[in-house]
Design a protein around this ligand. Structure first.
Ligand code: ATP
Ligand code: MG
Length: 357
């Protein structure tokens, strides 16, 4: 549960200090007052990276050399503080005054689920965005998945480097074979977990989506470039052997979970190509509520961050979302209280971002 946030020279803020309600928070301000900047800072303190940029310099208020963000939160009733000092070349992270080097050393991480307008691109955009989205859920649900994914990406990078470097085909083939043993084992483990996850995720999404849309049938299926109904490891072994000359010609690795996708359809039509804007929003909302449910079954202390999406929903969907949130902590950004007024009680803490000192 998020208690407070402090920003110094972060994005548009010279200084900002906010205290949060244990459950219900609304950040209220007009355009360009820094609502998304606040949500981004909270997300960054949770995931140790921004969802908007990979460039540190963008997070530093123009004209300054560094920025600072910190928050305090309760996890299992224990108060934690995370502080990040951001310089163009890197970030320094401290948890309770102790330096941490990476996400692995981050204990009792502040767990958040974010829903923001760019998320619609998960449905509309390239396969990489869907892989990244599902990977972000899986890495939070399973530390072993996170480790396998990191190892897989490392081996894949080395394999691709070798493909670009070696000119002699025979010595290259010997090197590739040594990478492929690892790549196949790790790749098969990733695909196995993604496949099982997708089946569970699909069941939950489908039910929510049915209720929200009334009639539409949402379906999410893992789509691999090998036959995953058979023994996955065996299928990769065969496919890698058959593909080795092609990979050498193209100097890249054509097969593996890094090239897979998730087929998302509404009433059997591919959502990416055929769904209307409203249908996409309902599908994304269903997926976000399903994500929330899954993360929550793993870690009860989850905070929902909703940037800008509330005003886009109709009354039925707003109500459904508020019901799904139940008694967990939620932080909405809003421009206009009219968007929510008749749906909420007086318990909400309304945080106004009036001034950008
Ligand atoms: P909207 O309602 O339009 O979504 P918002 O309240 O979410 O607006 P933000 O996206 O948080 O607004 O941005 C607020 C302002 O922060 C923008 O005007 C932007 O130019 C400014 N800004 C972003 N990065 C920096 C930076 N590094 N230094 C100074 N200002 C910045
Ligand atoms: Mg915004």
């Amino acid at each position: 549960m998020l208690k407070s946030l402090k920003l110094v020279n972060y994005r548009s803020f010279s200084k900002l200090y906010l205290k949060f309600h244990p459950k219900k928070n609304i950040i209220l301000a007009n355009n360009a007052k820094g609502k998304s900047n606040v949500v981004e800072a909270i997300y960054m303190l949770s995931f140790l990276k921004s969802f908007r940029t990979e460039r540190n310099a963008e997070l530093i208020k123009f004209g300054n050399a560094s920025s600072y963000a910190s928050f305090e939160y309760l996890a299992n009733d224990i108060l934690n503080r995370i502080e990040i000092t951001i310089e163009p070349k890197g970030k320094l992270v401290k948890q309770n005054d102790k330096m941490i080097k990476n996400a692995k050393e981050y204990n009792q991480r502040f767990e958040a689920v974010l829903f923001e307008p760019f998320d619609l691109n998960i449905l509309k955009g390239a396969p990489g965005l869907r892989r990244k989205y599902i990977d972000s859920i899986l890495t939070r649900l399973s530390p072993s998945y996170r480790d396998e994914l990191l190892s897989y990406n490392k081996v894949l990078m080395n394999r691709n480097k070798a493909l670009k470097m070696y000119k002699d085909k025979n010595s290259l083939k010997a090197i590739l074979k040594s990478y492929d043993t690892q790549l196949i084992t790790l790749g098969a483990a990733l695909v196995e977990k993604r496949k099982t996850f997708t089946e569970n995720f699909n069941t939950i999404c489908k039910d929510i989506h049915k209720e929200l849309s009334g009639t539409d049938e949402l379906n999410i299926v893992y789509k691999s470039n090998i036959d995953i109904e058979k023994d996955i490891k065996k299928a990769y072994e065969e496919a890698f052997n058959a593909n080795i000359d092609k990979d050498i010609d193209r100097k890249s690795t054509a097969l593996g979970p890094h090239r897979d996708d998730y087929a998302i359809s509404i009433n059997e039509n591919e959502a990416r190509k055929f769904a209307s804007q409203g249908q996409l929003r309902t599908a994304m909302l269903s997926m976000k509520i399903a994500e929330l449910k899954m993360i929550r079954s793993f870690n009860k202390d989850v905070t929902l961050l909703l940037d800008d999406v509330f005003s886009e929903l109709d009354k039925k969907r707003k109500k459904y979302l508020l019901d799904a949130v139940g008694d967990m902590q939620v932080i909405f950004t809003l421009q206009d209280m009219d968007d929510i007024k008749d749906l909420i009680d007086d318990d909400y803490l309304i945080i106004k971002l009036e001034t950008n000192e």
